[in-house]
Design a protein around this ligand. Structure first.
Ligand SMILES: [Zn+2]
Ligand SMILES: [Zn+2]
Length: 386
């Protein structure tokens, strides 16, 4: 297959996947399509792993090394705005995070590697469901992903419409943040708005809590570490002339290490419980871990940087990029096996940046081949190609 054919094939795959977006754990048509394409390449394909997950194995020679390459498959509950010839045919759903491009990139890597076979060992192409809700990686692992299909290392990428087109950027250590969610329920005592002395006002307590939570990042987190605590919703059961009995505050936190994650949870709990106790209100504090921090292993990151330089050149490779505060389900795989996650720039010069999760978003087709070649190069470097 020459380069022109590969490009055409990639665009065809991507536009097909874009037309039929499916959300978390419902990637039925998507995974069937991917499995069929992988079978067409002669790969050993396994379906329904962790729900709709797909794994395809490509074994060349007798090398013992095993590399995992991963793409995510799910779309978002957004209505596509752009008038594309291949626009979403699933009402209210669209590929606004570019996972259509990620799947295509991984199919492209499978196509390249099954044609060149320029390595000695095993490559596993892993297509995971439900990245957006942070549940797909765990679902696959709970379904014995790594027991059935062990890997030594794993690699993944995410397109970034704000980074210059064709650049590959990564860094050793933390590259994407953890996400934890919290709900604070304050139970006071409702009363007439004119008689506050008859009740316990949970709204005043909530105000105090919201402000006090902002001292955690400022006063408890080491200034060399990064963290965000954001209260994003507040609900009361009051009416205009009644002080409510209950207030609920919701929000999320981000950080880059399990230690900071733990510190945030502990400090938040003491602040909420302390302030409520001080005012004679009851407090219920709920804290859940949604995403782990994405932490790149050093030697895998070095390999990814070398692969990037070989494919896009030194000037388009950044081996020490800034981390992103957003979160990524790939982190869960990295807790089990070493690996590296990279960003692939998609920003078109002189054009307005349409961010991820925007209803106008569309993957930049010109970076599909770059991503596929990057993955293939990682395999060549790690499994001793020639
Ligand atoms: Zn997303
Ligand atoms: Zn995404």
């Amino acid at each position: 297959m020459n380069n022109f054919d590969l490009k055409q094939q990639l665009v065809e795959w991507r536009h097909h996947l874009h037309k039929y977006p499916e959300t978390a754990f419902e990637e039925v048509k998507t995974s069937a399509y991917i499995a069929q394409e992988l079978k067409n390449m002669g790969l050993d394909v396994h379906e329904n792993i962790g729900g709709t997950g797909v794994v395809a194995n490509l074994v060349v020679g007798d090398g013992k090394g095993v590399i995992g390459l991963r793409a995510d498959m799910d779309a978002l509950n957004l209505t596509e705005v752009k008038e594309l010839s291949y626009r979403s045919l699933h009402q209210g759903k669209m590929h606004a995070c570019g996972h259509d491009g990620h799947m295509t990139t991984l199919l492209g890597a499978a196509k390249l590697l099954s044609a060149t076979k320029n390595f000695n060992g095993t490559v596993r192409f892993i297509f995971q469901p439900a990245e957006e809700i942070g549940k797909g990686a765990i679902a696959m692992m709970e379904d014995q992903l790594f027991e059935r299909f062990p890997v030594d290392e794993i690699y993944g990428l995410h397109n970034m419409p704000g980074l210059p087109v064709g650049t590959i950027q990564t860094r050793p250590g933390p590259i994407m943040a953890s996400e934890d969610n919290f709900v604070i329920r304050i139970k006071g005592k409702g009363c007439h708005a004119s008689s506050p002395h008859m009740g316990i006002d949970p709204l005043v307590i909530a105000a105090e809590i919201i402000l006090a939570l902002q001292t955690i990042v400022a006063r408890n987190v080491n200034p060399n570490d990064t963290a965000v605590v954001s209260c994003t919703e507040i609900h009361t059961d009051g009416i205009r002339n009644a002080i409510p009995s209950n207030v609920e505050i919701k929000g999320d936190t981000r950080s880059f290490t399990p230690e900071v994650q733990k510190l945030l949870e502990e400090r938040m709990r003491s602040i909420c419980e302390g302030i409520c106790a001080m005012h004679g209100a009851e407090c219920e504090f709920e804290y859940t871990h949604e995403f782990s921090p994405t932490i790149n292993e050093a030697s895998c990151t070095e390999a990814a940087i070398e692969a990037a330089k070989n494919i896009v050149g030194n000037d388009k490779t950044n081996g020490n990029c800034e981390p992103f505060m957003a979160s990524e389900d790939f982190a869960k795989f990295l807790e089990k096996v070493p690996g590296c996650f990279v960003f692939l720039g998609g920003k078109v010069e002189n054009e307005e940046i349409i961010p991820l999760h925007n209803a106008l978003y569309d993957y930049n087709d010109s970076i599909l081949e770059t991503g596929a070649e990057f993955f293939a190069e990682v395999v060549k470097l790690r499994l001793g190609g020639n």
